[in-house]
Ligand binder design. Structure first.
Ligand SMILES: CSCCC(=O)C(=O)COP(=O)(O)O
Length: 286
């Protein structure tokens, strides 16, 4: 069944501080219809879609642990796995990306020699490109796919453990108990997402998650990505999905397709909310 996504705007982006838990500033609810008349009988969203970095997980974990791990280990990863089909596919994607970057004059892009130049030369150029991409925090599929493969080794060796904010596990558990399906939508690859939630400072949280979306559905700053997700989830109306993010541009892109709450980021735009009266979702502090 085709959905009617023609209504371009489902109301202003709504901001809640500490929406996933109690941080001393707000009564702990997820409540999109903040007109203060909610008596607890409004509908619940059918699905909640969560961003990772800055929403479920501290930005510092991504910036200071995951990205440096990928940078430090990218050369070793290529050397150890060079001949595998997985790495050859990663290299193919990176070659295409870098060709494009060179045409666009992207900073840090350097030509990758053909295989005739030898493995070491190819790897050196790949590493230079990947380091520049990580430094620029590019949210592109070839990089994100490779990072997932590098992090997998770190998780397998117990060098890495995912980190979630303290309010996340309880919120996930309660939403799960309420029958709300919770999904992840991150620029990190689906493999990376499963790794990060499979081994966290609160154990394996994947039992609360119903699915994972990454940049293969589209860039997080583009509206069509959220339409794609909503179609995949098979919801009847955009307001069935609540998307939580700390990134303003993601919130702007998503709000044409789903209901958006922007959280944790003090600097974000706050507008009077008008969208559906979701029932308050209890967490420990409600
Ligand atoms: C899958 S965790 C790694 C996160 C990551 O690579 C990233 O770029 C953060 O993206 P997000 O969309 O979760 O902000």
């Amino acid at each position: 069944m085709g959905l009617d996504w023609s209504t371009p705007n489902h109301g202003p982006i709504q901001k809640f501080k500490g929406v996933l838990g109690c941080n001393g500033n707000v009564k702990m609810v997820v409540k999109a219809g903040m007109d203060n008349s909610d008596n607890g009988t409004g509908p619940l969203p059918r699905c909640i879609v969560l961003d990772i970095e800055g929403t479920t997980t501290p930005i510092t974990f991504v910036a200071d642990v995951l990205f440096p791990y990928a940078c430090d280990n990218v050369g070793r990863h290529f050397s150890a796995t060079y001949k595998t089909a997985e790495t050859q596919n990663d290299i193919k994607l990176l070659r295409t990306q870098v060709e494009d970057d060179l045409k666009q004059g992207v900073d840090g892009a350097v030509p990758i020699p053909t295989d005739d130049a030898g493995k070491e030369e190819v790897i050196a150029a790949l590493v230079a490109n990947v380091e520049a991409m990580i430094k620029a925090d590019r949210k592109i599929t070839p990089l994100k796919q490779l990072q997932g493969h590098i992090w997998r080794t770190g998780f397998e060796n117990n060098e890495l453990e995912g980190v979630v904010y303290d309010d996340v596990p309880e919120a996930l558990e309660k939403w799960h108990a309420l029958g709300i399906k919770v999904y992840i939508y991150s620029s990190g690859s689906r493999l990376a997402q499963r790794l990060i939630f499979g081994k966290t400072n609160y154990g394996d949280l994947r039992k609360y998650l119903s699915g994972f979306f990454d940049t293969t559905v589209g860039n997080k700053k583009e509206t069509h990505s959220y339409i794609e997700i909503a179609e995949s989830l098979g919801v009847d109306k955009p307001s069935d999905i609540l998307f939580l993010t700390d990134v303003f541009q993601e919130a702007v892109a998503a709000k044409a397709a789903v209901i958006v709450l922007s959280i944790r980021n003090e600097a974000m735009l706050v507008e009077p909310p008008i969208a559906p009266n979701y029932r308050s979702l209890p967490t420990s502090c409600s």
